[in-house]
Design a protein around this ligand. Structure first.
Ligand code: LLP
Length: 418
């Protein structure tokens, strides 16, 4: 990303040297670039020019209020999956009318909160959920706007843990069952059918899985029209991948150009398109800074033991994910060796990167790249490690958007027995 680049041998976030940030705020530290967020948004906005598209940021990727607020200012809606995420949207003054509520396990209190706020749509994932929503809405004297999340049974060609559009996944309603469920939904006076929804997976790099899903959904929408069910928006979910190493993922424009082409060709030009991108809006807008505590050379391996760990970035452990590792200061000389970059947590799975050729020294600061998405939001306090601070860089200005957690706060609400 142009917003994380080397100048005179030092990696910068926009115009701030990462060395300065590591010294000022300590490590581990998440660093976000405001311009990178805006650029990523711009790619969607340009691709949508002149068309009826609502981008609902899939905020599970990074739900820091400062990040949400940038997207709010840019006009984004939000894809939420919990009452907690709704509370974050409301906390920044977000417009509930641009919120879609996804997730397979919505609880009653979450439905009530979303109805009270007035969300744009509930993406309903099962018949029992539909029944519960109808009941909750009726009790509140409200009408709930509904899409069914349909499982189009397409292979997103991504990691099995983050692929969600196949039959065997827990997500959505099988596409062949959808017409029947829509007809049931029609029967409830407290439900208003507004759309069709799908989300086929994450870190998708090809456009074809989306188009396969779209073809199937358009057949469904036509069929529904015949049943007197009129669909106003089509939500294609999130999933556009980012470059972690050498991927060249599809762009929003590559996707939307094809989508509009198909819609227009089939007489669906009036349909509003909703998207729920998470990773592609934030992933490459953040890095995780960490400092080398020790170098440890064993017969089998060389380890760089750093102060960040799987509790700060679980993606390598969980998905075998590959994140680039940059030395914040380009080394002059030094012996290049093959290192595993590991954390201090008491698990063999606690690694951030493996087999990297680097010339390292104790005390060096490393940047784990592409840590803007699914990094802080998946962080834990395992081993009683406070969650790291988050800062946002805007040109040459730095704001702490979440301070490092204090040790005492990790157990302040715990109680011992007499
Ligand atoms: N919409 C729904 C219904 C989703 O389940 C997700 C992500 C998104 C949108 C946003 O997808 P994105 O544009 O970010 O691909 N923790 C994993 C990724 C899990 C994605 C879960 N759902 C990772 O770190 O790779």
């Amino acid at each position: 990303s142009p917003h994380f680049a080397f100048h005179q041998g030092v990696l910068h976030a926009e115009n701030v040297p990462l060395t300065t940030l590591a010294e000022r705020f300590g490590t581990p530290l998440y660093v976000y670039s405001k311009k990178a967020l805006h650029d990523a948004w711009g790619a969607y906005q340009q691709a949508a020019t002149g068309r009826n598209v609502l981008v609902c940021y899939g905020m599970k990727a990074n739900s820091n209020l400062a990040v949400l607020n940038e997207f709010r200012k840019l006009g984004s809606g939000f894809d939420i999956v919990s009452g907690g995420e709704l509370a974050r949207v409301l906390a920044i003054g977000g417009d509930a009318g641009k919120v879609v509520f996804s997730g397979v396990g919505k609880q009653e209190w979450e439905m009530r909160a979303a109805l009270k706020a007035g969300v744009k749509c509930f993406n309903v994932e099962s018949e029992p959920e539909l029944e519960r929503l109808a009941q909750v809405a009726q009790d509140m004297g409200k009408v709930a706007p509904v899409s069914l999340r349909v499982n189009p049974d397409v292979d997103a060609q991504t990691h099995p843990y983050i692929s969600t559009g196949l039959k065997e996944n827990k997500f959505g309603i099988a596409i062949e069952d959808a017409p029947g469920v829509y007809q049931r939904a029609k029967q409830y006076g407290s439900l208003d059918i507004v759309g069709v929804d799908c989300h086929i997976g994450s870190q998708i790099t090809e456009v074809s899985p989306y188009l396969d899903a779209l073809d199937k959904l358009l057949v469904l929408i036509k069929h529904l029209a015949g049943l007197g069910v009129n669909i106003r928006h089509l939500d294609l979910g999130g999933g556009i991948g980012i470059r972690y190493t050498d991927e060249t993922p599809l762009t929003p424009k590559m996707l939307l150009d094809k989508v509009f082409e198909k819609l227009d060709a089939q007489g669906f030009g009036h349909l509003q398109i909703v998207l729920e991108p998470g990773r592609s809006l934030v992933g490459n807008a953040g890095v995780l800074l960490t400092r080398i505590e020790y170098l440890k050379h064993t017969d089998a391996k060389n380890f760089a033991i750093v102060d960040a760990a799987m509790n700060d970035l679980i993606r390598p452990t969980l998905y075998d994910a590959w994140h680039s590792v940059e030395q914040v200061v380009t080394p002059v000389g030094g012996q290049v060796q093959t290192y595993d970059i590991v954390g201090p947590i008491c698990e063999s799975g606690d690694w951030l990167a493996r087999n990297r050729s680097l010339a390292l020294a104790q005390g060096d600061v490393l940047a784990i790249m592409s840590a803007g998405a699914y990094a802080f939001t998946m962080a834990s306090q395992y081993n009683t490690r406070p969650r790291a601070a988050e800062v946002m860089v805007d040109n040459d200005t730095v704001t702490v958007v979440r301070p490092r957690e204090k040790l005492e706060s990790l157990f302040e609400h715990e109680v011992v027995l007499d």
